[in-house]
Write a new protein. Structure first.
Length: 98
């Protein structure tokens, strides 16, 4: 019999396609064709995971990978909100590491 309580959820970054523990990735969700950052990782809707790294973020901002993962047309305003969130995270990481 398997003990599933000890299983660690693994997800794939939609940009670089590498796998990582779920809690180390940022989840973006499509809700009513709008992109929302899912900080709780529990929102309903189609989700996509991405690393909180500068390289993955830069590639994500062209919108193609996110569009394919979420299966929606990307609104520029949604990308601006995602960009703001990532910039906030990156500034926090730089402050904590510096």
């Amino acid at each position: 019999m398997h003990n599933y309580k000890n299983k660690i959820p693994i997800r794939t970054c939609v940009v670089c396609r590498t796998t990582e523990m779920k809690h180390k990735l940022i989840r973006l969700v499509s809700i009513n064709n709008k992109i929302v950052v899912d900080q709780s990782a529990k929102l309903n809707g189609r989700g996509a995971y991405v690393h909180a790294s500068k390289s993955c973020f830069t590639k994500l901002m062209d919108g193609t990978k996110l569009k394919n993962a979420l299966r929606i047309e990307i609104d520029t305003n949604d990308l601006v909100a995602v960009k703001d969130y990532f910039e906030q995270i990156m500034s926090t990481v730089e402050v904590n590491s510096g």
